[in-house]
Design a protein around this ligand. Structure first.
Ligand code: GDG
Length: 567
């Protein structure tokens, strides 16, 4: 293990200590989950040192995301203590960050504190500060209560407030300014997610020399829904400042191109959108050409780059004897039920937790399953607890859980083991190994990494994944039992089928799922996106670079045929 003494600020290095991995649930690119503070392992602190080393420095690669890849633990200035936030995005970008001399720009996660730039785990970090009111308006308000519900097909009603929008513009400007200060001439700037959709245009207007990428981690809705947004034009224009706009699914990229056509009238061919340039504006842009009508346009690539997970990390954990022993212990502690079903979600209305509970409760009510034989473990990690819709959701979910438990649990067997807590990743993998059936029943989900984590962890080729068609993951994981979570009877059937599935069929399906996840890990995702971005600098014809694969859409039978033929 590398010693952390070269760090310029105190940096808690929990992630690399076997058995003491940070207890921080992944911030999954853009979100924070509640955490267990026990992961600030005493004795693992590096020496403190002077922050501010990277202030004023210019970088060839700038990553911009709402949250930083580290969490603030305590202290300020040179006494600040940080711990890594082991989100998938860090694993994805770490190799590129180190290779390309990169800096990461983001918010530290607490209000009203200014931090100097610092270096942690060989990554230069440049914190952006947000006031308590900006957090309320930009983050909890516009990001989590306007864009999030709107982009997830208005499962919950979005709120539109002009002062939230004003804060969104203001905070996007601050992130853009920080990126501009850090970017060397011709640098690559890669912006992440729905909180920062205006940043690409802000960057382009100021610095046409930059190569700008944007990745949207959540769905992009159909125009009929998107059109509700009072600032729909500004957001689309903001995104079009990028050279490459990445989405999770082909459908998201299509929805975006349609929104561009409807709102701005710009032409597109396949994944390429032509953005007209004003007279003289072409100077300095990387990617300009003359279109069929003789007009000067800048071309923007908008296509799917389905994100994935750090597969090697999950396999490594799943292979650890202590984690396998923990999986056995979990089963024993649950009273050795015949079947363990598992749900792991942020407590979010997009995840379909209520639909899952309804289907499970009805199976118990109908007598199709017996609480003596089955347990549903539901990890519902705390999330966005200050937003009203999330408070209501928690009440509803907890009422359903206690009713089902009250009606069907016995003294020795609990129908639902409900855990409103965050867990270390080791424990998550032990749960994945213990679970005979994994339930991913999201009503809408950009990708859903949990589905891929379960598959990556099943090194024994066992276990059944029940997966909602409304997740991005369902484009790739066709050997799962695909369900429509709104169809409660269909979900009940799928659960029963999963519970009763013969071992041979389980193994056959899991092998195909694993092959897909292993060959499409997060390192491949970031390299592919990065490739698309760097081609932008060298080539004037996007059409020549069909970089990302289309998600493989296979039927069950096709998948099985492929498996038989060893492909
Ligand atoms: C967004 C998009 C897209 C959860 N509880 C614990 C824990 N987690 C981890 C999971 C997983 C992550 O959080 C959740 O990722 P998801 O993909 O399932 O969902 P979102 O948070 O909504 O993420 C989503 C993703 O961005 C990436 O682009 O897939 O569609 O909505 O990694 O394991 N981790 C730990 N303890 C917990 O208690 N350690």
């Amino acid at each position: 293990m590398r010693e952390p003494h070269d760090r310029l600020v105190t940096f808690l290095y929990a992630e690399r200590h076997p058995g003491q991995e940070a207890l921080i649930p992944s911030n999954s690119a853009h979100d924070e989950l509640a955490r267990n503070d026990d992961d600030t392992v005493p004795g693992t602190c590096a020496d403190g040192g002077s922050a501010g080393d990277s202030a004023g420095r210019k970088f060839d690669l700038v990553i911009v995301s709402n949250r930083l890849p580290v969490d603030h633990v305590s202290g300020d200035g040179a006494d600040a203590v940080w711990r890594p936030s082991p989100g998938g995005l860090v694993a994805a970008l770490e190799p590129i960050m180190k290779r390309e001399d990169g800096v990461w720009i983001g918010w530290v996660g607490i209000p009203d504190v200014e931090f100097e730039p610092f270096r942690a785990d060989d990554i230069d970090i440049r914190p952006v500060s947000l006031s308590a009111q900006e957090i309320e308006y930009y983050y909890e308000g516009f990001s989590n209560d306007t864009l999030w519900p709107l982009y997830h097909d208005v499962i919950a009603p979005p709120s539109f407030h002009r002062e939230w929008w004003d804060a969104y513009v203001q905070v996007n400007r601050r992130f853009a300014d920080a990126a501009l200060e850090s970017a060397a001439p011709g640098a690559i700037v890669w912006v992440h997610d729905y909180q920062l959709q205006l940043v690409p245009k802000m960057l382009r207007d100021a610095r046409p020399d930059l190569v700008i990428g944007f990745f949207d981690h959540i769905p992009f809705p159909a125009y009929g829904i998107y059109a509700q947004l009072p600032w729909r034009k500004q957001v689309v224009e903001g995104l079009l400042g990028a050279d490459v706009i990445g989405f999770q699914r082909l459908a998201d990229a299509g929805n975006f191109s349609r929104a561009v056509r409807r709102l701005l009238g710009y032409e597109s061919r396949g994944s390429v959108i032509d953005v007209p340039l004003a007279d003289g504006e072409a100077v300095g842009h990387r990617h300009v050409k003359t279109n069929r009508r003789g007009a000067r346009v800048r071309t923007v690539l908008a296509k799917q780059f389905p994100i994935s997970i750090d597969v090697a990390r999950y396999q490594e954990l799943a292979n650890r004897p202590d984690i396998q022993a923990r999986a056995r212990q979990i089963r024993e502690e649950l009273g050795n039920p015949k079947t363990i079903m598992l749900g792991v979600d942020r407590l979010d209305y997009t995840k379909g937790i209520r639909h899952r509970l309804k289907a499970y409760g009805e199976l118990l009510r109908d007598g199709s399953v017996d609480a003596d034989d089955i347990t549903l473990v539901q990890v519902a990690s705390p999330s966005r607890e200050r937003v009203e819709t999330y408070k209501q959701l928690r009440d509803e979910v907890e009422l359903m859980v206690s009713r089902i438990n009250g009606d069907y649990s016995t003294i020795s067997h609990t129908a639902i083991s409900y855990l409103h807590q965050g867990y270390p990743r080791e424990e998550m993998v032990a749960l994945y190994l213990a679970a005979d059936v994994m339930l991913v029943t999201a009503l809408r989900d950009g990708m859903n990494l949990v589905a891929k984590e379960y598959v990556a962890s099943r090194i024994d080729n066992d276990g059944v994944l029940v997966l909602s068609e409304f997740t991005g993951a369902s484009d790739e994981l066709r050997q799962a039992l695909l369900v429509n979570p709104h169809d409660i009877d269909g979900m009940k059937e799928a659960m029963l089928r999963a519970i009763d599935m013969p071992k041979r069929e389980r193994a056959r399906r899991m092998r195909v799922l694993r092959k897909r996840v292993i060959t499409h890990d997060v390192q491949r995702w970031s390299a592919t996106f990065f490739d698309a971005l760097t081609h932008v600098t060298n080539d004037d014809d996007y059409g020549a670079h069909e970089i990302a694969e289309r998600p493989r859409v296979t039927t069950d039978l096709q998948g099985e045929a492929e498996e038989r033929s060893g492909r």
